[in-house]
Each structure stands twice: as structure tokens, then as C-alpha cells.
Design a protein around this ligand. Structure first.
Ligand SMILES: C[S@@+](CC[C@H](N)C(=O)[O-])C[C@H]1O[C@@H](n2cnc3c(N)ncnc32)[C@H](O)[C@@H]1O
Length: 229
């Protein structure tokens, strides 16, 4: 399958998430074997989210990260461009604000955010440099980021087992329980994701420093962190 780019990608991703929103949380728990919520907590730990922090959760989806950040006493705003995902977030009655917005054009004041989080969405953005510039703009000096996404394991053996699971089983399960095309796109979309070193270079160019990567579950997921210079 050829992956869409540019405006076609923007449209395809948005309509796909609007379509799968009702079963999104259930599928996330199944696919990650229940580990995804723990990874969000690790991301919040790494970004040292605490009471009074102003947190912007980019591409917030149905609000899992927003809920976890709010539980730590942060003031939370979630932004996403898929209205059905946002509807799911609002239905949870989390004490947070939700805004429909594109990650590259956020209706958020410059230097007004202490921590920017983003869960499993980097692959979906049309232009990572544009989004990173926008992240740097909204972060206050010293503001922290924690970006979670999937990853491909380095060890050949783990890579083989992971590929059976992620490239074969997940699409099969998705087709039965949710949406065939969306859960085929999920493994294929890892092709959009540059290596961590390339992402670090982009972040550095945008003004995010002290970048680091934490690998999760044998290298099948990752959290990228950094600080606004
Ligand atoms: C895999 S979901 C992750 C949702 C949530 N962050 C989580 O951890 O479960 C990806 C989310 O990114 C959102 N998204 C993708 N591209 C976007 C963009 N350009 N602007 C805003 N949201 C975007 C989608 O609508 C979707 O809700």
C-alpha cells in the first residue's frame, strides 16, 4: 500500500480517526496488551508533570494522557483535529479543556505551556519540522516535552516476533473488531517515522535541547524527551 502524503495524508488520517474513535480505547488496550496506560505514566514521570504545571497534550485523542496529567494536579488542555476523538475525550468529563486544532497551527499563546505531551501521533503528522516549530513556540523557556510513539526493535529475533504480532496479528484483530484499513495503516505508518537521531536533529533545529530516548518493551515503543532552550 502506498502511504498518502501532504494534504491527502491530513485528510486520510483525520477521517480514519473519526471513523475508529468509538472503539479506539478498547483496541489500544488490546493491542498494547494493556501496557499503553503505563507508558503514558512513564512519559509524565519523565516530563516531571506535577501540580500547577500547564500541560498541552498534542493529538490528545480520547483523552487518556489528559486524564493522567490532570490526576497529577496539572492544568490540562488537549488538542486534536479529529472531532470524533475529541467527542470521546469530552464524554469522559475530565477536568480539562479540549480544542479542535491542527498540530501545526495551535490556537495557544506563545510560551504559555510548561509541558507538552504527545501520545502515538508523530507518525500521523504531515510535517514533523512544522509541528516541532509549533511545539517550541508554545513552550515556555525550560518547558519539557515527552513524545511517545511506536518503534521497531533492533534485535533481529525480537523484530521477527514483533513483526508477526504487529504486521500480521494486529491488522487481523483490527479487521474483526474495528476497521480493517485503519489497523493495516497502523503498522505501515511506522515507515513515516524517522530514526530517533533524525528526530533529535529536527527538535534541536526547532529549539528543543537535552533530547533523549527511552525504549520500552524490547524496543517496540519509545518516549522522546527534551527541554525548550
Ligand atoms: C494514535 S492516536 C493517539 C491519541 C492519544 N494521543 C493517545 O495516546 O491515545 C493519534 C491522534 O493524533 C491525532 N492527529 C493526527 N494528526 C493530527 C494533526 N495534524 N493535528 C491534530 N491531531 C492530529 C488523531 O486525530 C488521533 O487522535
Amino acid at each position: 500500500m502506498s502511504l498518502p502524503i501532504g494534504h491527502d495524508k491530513h485528510q486520510a488520517v483525520r477521517t480514519m480517526f473519526d471513523r475508529i474513535a468509538p472503539r479506539y480505547d478498547m483496541m489500544n488496550r488490546l493491542i498494547s496488551l494493556g501496557l499503553d496506560q503505563g507508558w503514558r505514566r512513564i512519559a509524565l514521570d519523565l516530563a516531571r508533570v506535577g501540580p500547577g504545571d500547564r500541560v498541552l497534550d498534542l493529538a490528545c485523542g480520547t483523552g487518556d494522557m489528559c486524564e493522567a496529567a490532570r490526576a497529577r494536579g496539572a492544568t490540562v488542555v488537549g488538542a486534536d483535529f479529529a472531532r470524533e476523538m475529541l467527542r470521546g475525550a469530552r464524554q469522559r468529563e475530565i477536568d480539562a479543556s479540549f480544542v479542535a486544532a491542527d498540530a501545526a497551527r495551535l490556537p495557544v499563546a506563545t510560551a504559555s505551556v510548561d509541558v507538552l505531551t504527545c501520545g502515538f501521533a508523530l507518525r500521523n503528522f504531515v510535517s514533523l519540522p512544522e509541528v516541532f516549530n509549533e511545539i517550541a513556540r508554545v513552550l515556555a523557556p525550560g518547558g519539557r516535552i515527552a513524545l511517545i510513539d511506536v518503534d521497531r526493535p533492533r534485535s533481529a529475533l525480537v523484530r521477527f516476533g514483533h513483526s508477526l504480532y504487529f504486521d500480521r496479528f494486529v491488522p487481523w484483530l483490527g479487521a474483526r473488531l474495528s476497521d480493517r484499513d485503519a489497523y493495516r495503516y497502523l503498522p505501515e505508518s511506522t515507515a513515516y517515522l524517522p530514526d530517533a537521531d533524525e528526530i533529535f536533529a529536527m527538535l534541536d533545529k526547532a529549539g528543543i535541547q537535552q533530547v533523549a530516548k527511552k525504549s520500552l518493551l524490547l524496543g517496540t515503543a519509545q518516549i522522546l524527551t527534551g527541554v525548550r532552550g
